[in-house]
Ligand binder design. Structure first.
Ligand code: AP5
Length: 209
């Protein structure tokens, strides 16, 4: 039963890798960013409270994120294991997570800031099926349209330059200390996130074995 955490800065490719690996392992991909964006799109009270924080690139308050994640972790499919993407994001969340479940492995994805910014600035997403593209590295077949359903692709509000700057600073201040936390517990493996998605996926598979 694999219980894996994907850790890494914005734009490093966590979601891209987690989508593929979760299918291969037959476990759910639990992304707190995706769960929060779904709550924003559905205009739930939680989503409305989270939206301003997300659009500005700040972390959403811990209690809101824990509520949404706790509900998802309690679903039957998560009993088979899971890939946690984007959680925990600070020490308080890591301590709360340790009280809820055991983690077997933490993969830390690493990439220079210049490449992170390029990947984020080029990202486009489908608002219908949530597929992720990149105008430079993973363009859709027809410019500006989702390959799966033809919907016009959009840019995430937090992929605009001001929000990217804030997200990178928040990562350095609040999330990077988790590397030491998980290294001490012997769970951490580093993954070089440079290169194509297939090259990175091969490194992820090696780290699992
Ligand atoms: P979240 O959605 O988790 O965003 P993030 O961690 O900033 O990560 P991203 O989704 O931006 O990047 P990614 O690493 O998944 O990269 P991707 O695969 O898409 O969180 C958003 C917000 O929600 C937060 O800012 C916060 O407000 C809130 N939130 C979420 N969790 C929270 C928590 N626990 N606590 C509090 N608040 C929370 O790839 C990026 C681009 O690069 C894509 O275009 C992709 O096609 C491309 N790409 C991917 N891999 C490669 C490759 N190998 N080569 C070239 N291009 C590539």
């Amino acid at each position: 039963m694999p219980r894996i955490v994907f850790l890494g800065p914005p734009g490093v490719g966590k979601g891209t890798q987690a989508t593929t690996l979760a299918q291969q392992l037959g476990v759910p991909h639990l992304s707190t960013g995706d769960l929060l964006r779904a709550a924003v799109a559905a205009r739930t009270p939680l989503g409305l409270e989270a939206q301003g924080h997300m659009d500005a690139g700040r972390l959403v308050p811990d209690d809101l994120v824990l509520k949404i994640l706790g509900e998802r972790l309690a679903a039957p499919d998560a009993a088979r294991g899971f890939l946690l993407d984007g959680f925990p994001r600070n020490l308080a969340q890591a301590e709360r997570l340790a009280g809820i479940t055991t983690i077997d492995l933490v993969l830390s994805f690493e990439l220079p800031a210049k490449l992170l910014i390029e990947r984020l600035a080029g990202r486009r997403v489908c608002p219908t099926c949530q597929s992720v593209y990149n105008i430079v590295t993973r363009p859709p077949k027809v410019e500006g349209k989702c390959d799966r359903d033809g919907t016009a692709l959009v840019q995430r509000p937090d992929d605009r330059p001001e929000a990217i700057t804030t997200r990178l600073a928040v990562y350095a201040e609040q999330t990077a200390p988790l590397l030491g936390f998980y290294r001490k517990s012997g769970l951490l493996r580093s993954i070089d996130a440079a290169g194509t998605p297939d090259e990175v996926a091969a490194r992820v598979r090696n780290a699992l074995h």
